[in-house]
Design a protein around this ligand. Sequence first.
Ligand SMILES: [Cu+2]
Length: 340
Amino acid sequence: MAINNSHPSVKQFARKSQLLRIFRKLKPMFFFLAGLALFPQLMSAQWNATIGAQSQDLGRQGLAFLPNEIWIHAGDSITWTMAPAEPHTVTFLTAGQVIPPFTEGCPGFSSGSATFDGTTCATSPLLFQGEKFSVVFPRAGNFKLICLIHRNMTGTVHVLEPSESLPHDQAFYDRVAQEQSKALLADEHASALKHQHPENGVMVGNGEIVATGGGSHSVSVMRFGDPEITVHAGDTVEWTNEDPITPHTVTFGTEPQDPVPPSSNVTVDADGARHGVLNSPSDSVHSGFIQSAPQDRIGLEQAPSGITRFRVTFRKPGIYPYICALHDVLGMKGKVIVLP
Ligand SMILES: [Cu+2]
């Protein structure tokens, strides 16, 4: 029997199966749209950023959020991944909040992830190499990002309404992060560790602050300028921290529990520098934090001058190894050879 295509039931069947085919093709799209209507967070994007950069020998540390400015939509999240051996935090404080010590959090810590909408602070604990921390931003606003242990390590997250268009994509941020990291680690000035020093003078680190549109970051050289210096018994060696931000210590012998104050055998010279005396390579003396003063701001009380200098007088010949108690894990170590 010949099939008559013009027969109404055959026509209907053909139309039906055509509709079914279209529906089958569109089914994934249909469920996707239905899903978006029911669960709007499905539409939210996940962004990635890096914390810190370092040279191969770990001596040069970029203390930075890379990139340090990101535009996202409300509902999106950002995951930060730790690149360097130097620890950092990812911290969002509320407007005007006093910056708390990193040991207390803001107060407390979120582990792994947090939500921040500007009303309640959120901070990671100290993050170490390879660790990640994610923050969800449910509400629009411009939020400052800081690290609780490094001054001048700041950034901004611009959270826009979903109706606004975003200026950049993830590939752009990856590129910016890479460029900023390269620039920090290649910084010429920070490598000039041996300039303008008196005899028996050792530079204790060096660094530079770099400002961008979203905040600032810095590079610190975690090294003693002359890691090995030779003097004579009775001489005094002088260490000076020329980093604009990072504190260091000069520590001979036993490392103290609290690295901030100097050991009890340290006195203060007339010019404000700290001073210790060593009679034997087995003796201990600890400078405490030597660090530049924080930046002043008009309208606020001025900060006292920083204590940036430590002197040690060596009475007896011998080999005196020392470390920076904060950065010895990065290789910040030195030695004073005292000849008769
Ligand atoms: Cu140090």
